[in-house]
Design a protein around this ligand. Sequence first.
Ligand code: PMP
Length: 434
Amino acid sequence: PPAPPTASGELFARAHAVTPGGVNSPVRAFNAVGGTPRFIRSASGARLTDVDGNDYVDLICSWGPMLLGHAHPEVMAQVQAAVARGTSYGTPTEPEVLLAEEIVARTPVDKVRFVSSGTEATMSAIRLARGFTGRDVVVKFAGCYHGHVDALLASAGSGLATFAVPGTPGVPASSTELTLVLPYNDRAAVEKVFAEHGDRIACLVTEASPGNMGVVPPEPGFNRFLAETCTRHGALFVSDEVMTGFRVTREGQWGLDGKAEGWRPDLITYGKVMGGGFPAAAFGGRADVMSQLSPEGPVYQAGTLSGNPVATTAGLATLRLATDEVYAHIGAAAETIKVAAAEALTTVGLPHVVQATGTMFSVFLTEGPVRDFEDASRTDAPAYAAFFHAMLERGVYLPPSAYEAWFLSAAHDDRAVQTVLDALPHAARAAAAA
Ligand code: PMP
């Protein structure tokens, strides 16, 4: 018999009539796993409640931002106080200064500029790198996502080290023909393009530790090698920490490599956690580079809602509450889930590899190691779809795509983790049968 109608199903049908695909960001639509996305009515701590009244342990955490869990009481109190003072003035405000100071204190950036999304942050960082160097070419890695920036929605053309082709209709070839796309973790490919095009390269942009093809950590020394190669050729090294910033450690991925090794990126982009669940993002870096931004310098960049007082208040409250204990707690919960997921998949004989950077991890249904996008693409997508739905039926909302990190929060307590552990063996069996 057909499944009974649900409130989520009815909303999805109505959404389809007025919004392309029924969603405002593609991965929410369940296209990769099939079925109807759950429309969420409310969230608290580690849990989501949908419009039908079903509860889920949330392993999406808004795709990273909710480091402290949903509706954290202290964050909510500060947000409510901020809202009561008005929501946007179009003037400078104190919370912007406080949040900028907090970010500068935690990270190697000298100065930051706030924007409203990760896309804007990387787009602006690239413009600044081009303006600062007077060069046009941008190098990126296949499988790294930096938002829907024209120049970065690029696929490798035929053959290595050739200029890229648009990754989607609507991006002119003229936007991507200045972009070079390389395989991740491939030093030889990086050396080759810098040898051939070094004097034209404005910047190399990379996810600090890729999470958008699943978690594919940089091999030891890889980020340092990238930073040094850029410096040698007069290009800027742009580290995209939109996902990893203030999540994998309190200092982001830089806290795991650059800090210990004694180097820093020229520019870093942030988003997600630093907005505390509101639209806030940033790019920052070397003072001499950031000084080229308007109104101090000639490189134009602006935003009506940039540094919005409610968003920056939420971000500041979140960062101030993101103590070492928070990261230790998330790390321990991640470890428990990683071990249990691997055990469940081993039991059913399904090839898999669990990869992590700091507290961020993902599960690939393929033999490891996964060191670049080509490896990641071998993950068994139909098996993941079955795995995903078995988890959902048992009250765990995983990312609806095989190429995403699983996100935890400080609010994922023993009970929430136990719900995940109880569901995993069922999901592994479903995946093995797919
Ligand atoms: N960079 C990275 C590494 C990201 O993960 C994302 C979003 N997932 C972005 C940039 C784009 O951010 P936004 O969706 O806020 O535009």
